[in-house]
Design a protein around this ligand. Structure first.
Ligand code: SIN
Length: 281
């Protein structure tokens, strides 16, 4: 199962996701980090269990990967602006991230990845699904690949975090903040070349993409809807079952994720740290 010399790697499905064990993230060695980076590039999302890091240790681990992005729309852990809270209380109905998306595509330089640390998880439910945008791209026909190759997508945060959400006054009030800052839109290629792996990946998503550049939203919808249903075929996905102390780290350029909202009446509390990325080509 493993060709690695300092860690154990267990793939979670045919196309995406691997659980890594044999490493204590508080004392990660240079050799382990090198191998973990390879696994991250190959599987798109990696998982660790039983880590139980303090907020300081979470930040140290995150900073191994790059500069931390201070999230402007999520509340932060008190005293730790670098750690965003992804939470749902027993009396709340809406969760955060409950539709397929990848983070920060409304930014000109979308995040390279996000790390989610489980602090309190429901007794049942609350899993996270991931889908591989490498697999989604690779399995398109040559004709559609050719059509998409010179197209750009329009992405926005306005409809998700902006004033219209604030006006909806749903139970994410207090968890989602700064609606006045949801102003930035960004244009990215529909098919990107991943800056590290050099592989091509589909780079639109159902939450933040409004349409194709130069096309109206209405014109864009049928093709986007086709791409969305294609990209979530079960064979491109994996599902992660959380325990306290579990960690997921996903590559934002090559995966989507969805937090399953099936645990009403129970608390789920995660810390999220997002790592800055670069402009995508
Ligand atoms: C997110 O979308 O960042 C949250 C995912 C999760 O809570 O499982």
């Amino acid at each position: 199962m493993t060709n690695y010399s300092t860690i154990n790697v267990k793939p979670l499905s045919g196309n995406i996701g691997a659980e890594i064990d044999g490493v204590n993230l508080k004392k990660i060695t240079k050799e382990q980090f090198k191998e973990i980076k390879i696994v991250f590039g190959k599987y798109g999302v990696i998982f660790f269990r039983n880590q139980n890091l303090s907020p300081e240790e979470e930040i140290i681990f995150a900073e191994l990967w790059g500069e931390i992005n201070i999230n402007r729309f999520f509340t932060n852990l008190e005293g730790y602006p670098k750690i965003a809270l992804v939470s749902k209380e027993p009396d709340q109905k809406k969760n955060i991230g409950g539709a397929w998306h990848t983070d920060h595509t409304y930014d000109l330089e979308p995040a390279m990845g996000s790390i989610l640390f489980a602090h309190q998880v429901p007794k049942k439910g609350g899993d996270t699904l991931f889908s591989s945008m490498y697999a989604a791209y690779e399995t398109l026909s040559d004709g559609l690949k050719d059509t998409l190759k010179n197209m750009y997508g329009r992405h926005s945060s306005r409809h998700v975090f902006g004033t219209s959400r604030a006006e909806r006054n749903d139970d994410t009030v207090g968890r989602i903040i700064n609606s006045d800052k949801a102003k930035q839109d960004a244009i990215h290629p529909v098919v990107i070349t991943h800056p590290q792996t050099g592989k091509k990946a589909l780079f639109v998503n159902p939450t933040f993409t409004l349409g194709f550049d130069g096309w109206s939203d209405e014109e864009s919808k049928p093709l986007l809807n086709y791409l969305y249903s294609h990209a979530t075929k079960p064979e491109f996905t994996c599902r992660f079952k959380w325990e306290e102390g579990s960690i997921a780290f996903w590559d934002n350029r090559s995966t989507w994720h969805l937090a399953v909202n099936d645990y009403h009446g129970q608390r789920r509390l995660m810390h999220r740290i997002t790592i800055n990325g670069t402009r995508l080509k």
